[in-house]
Ligand binder design. Sequence first.
Ligand SMILES: [Fe+2]
Length: 298
Amino acid sequence: MKANRRTIIKLLSASGAASLFGFKALSGQAQCLTTDDILGPFYLPGAPEIAQFAPDGAPGTTTFITGTVYANDCETPVQNAKVDVWHANDGGGYEDEHYRGVVYTGDNGQYAFQTILPGKYLNGAQFRPRHFHYRVSALSSELTTQIYFEGDTSIPIDPWASSPDAAERIIPLSEGQQGSLHGVADIYLDVEPVINGQKSQGFSPKRPIIEHVIPNPMSTEGKVQVFLPEAVSASLLLYNLHGKAVKTIIQRQQMAGGRQQWSIPNENQHGLRLQPGIYIVQLQVDGRPADSKRLIVV
Ligand SMILES: [Fe+2]
């Protein structure tokens, strides 16, 4: 396992393969659409709506995946898309209760989850490369596909991962704190670009929202940008996945309407570095939750 992971990292850093493929065809009509892949025999409907798929303490390398679901114009984020993910455990086995979950994209089309790097399993005489299975749906469109990882030596001998169609679904993983891995898997879905009934360009929301949390994943410091349609008393808090507030960014500040930005230092309220993981940035207006975004800390 460890040797395999080191191999992946080494190959990742040595290769510039990702840039060769060009992950986004921004000017194309539908050139960017994410290609499909086989469903496989291990899909189970009704996976839990959770953002951590591997149980606490599960063996394997902690892995954080984030991404954006885009519409078929290749640039407009899709809100509230359902991202259903399942994968093998560290030993290459599928489990009914774990290593699967459903997350939904937020206002900016982003989703995120935490799990472990999927193990390899035999398909006949050959190991399948490590992979996540995805089913992504929004409006009337559904995509079944798989995400692979750069540098995986099983890709060339796997009939699905080695297909030219899969090239843009082989993502790099980079190493974060304490040996965790993180990757970005953007999905381009065949749905028309719509945000709240309007095109996204120049759109000013009618309710207080968190527009961006960048960079995401965050290492040393991030920024959160909010839009307030009118003057309010606003708070910004950082919660862990157990719902515990770990940092108050602003506390009941009287704010003018418009766009506002704050920095998020990588530290909790005791000044200690945040544990790597998924956090929730919550905007409160007049003491009530108004919007939230996931933030991955590496
Ligand atoms: Fe699989």
